[in-house]
Design a protein around this ligand. Sequence first.
Ligand SMILES: [Fe+2]
Ligand SMILES: [Fe+2]
Length: 163
Amino acid sequence: MKGSKKIIEALNKQLTAELSAADQYNIHAEMYRDFGLHALYERMHHEMEEELEHAKMLIERILFLEGTPDTASREKIKVGKTVPEMIKLDLEYEYVVISYLKDAIKLAEKEGDYQTRNMLTKLLDDSEEDHAYWLEQQLRLIDMMGLQNYIQFRAVGEPNPHA
Ligand SMILES: [Fe+2]
Ligand SMILES: [Fe+2]
């Protein structure tokens, strides 16, 4: 099915953002592992996999709409040095991704492409209610516990968040 050029462009912009998020979470996950913060490593590795899953959904949709998925472009990622900085940068990028998603959802509605809208809404749920929410919680925990306690708390593994 041939999709509108505007929709395909918006989906490609979203694809770039999801792949960029995956890159940023990948380096942060590996840094957490290097710090010995296993729970943070596991969680961020899982987030990275979810961003790749989002990218896959976008690629499938673009192909279905007879567009060409752009899997090469990236936005500039931001790598932090300390745990709070890494969490803040990841949250900042989730907010960027959420704002793109909202724009793309508006466009899909305007163009009457409800299947694209539904797919983007699923990505928005994951971004707002899962990724951004978890990152916001971590910053609150650091505030409440102090960084040293938080780090001690995160040095050990935790059960799979989605089990
Ligand atoms: Fe995502
Ligand atoms: Fe996300």
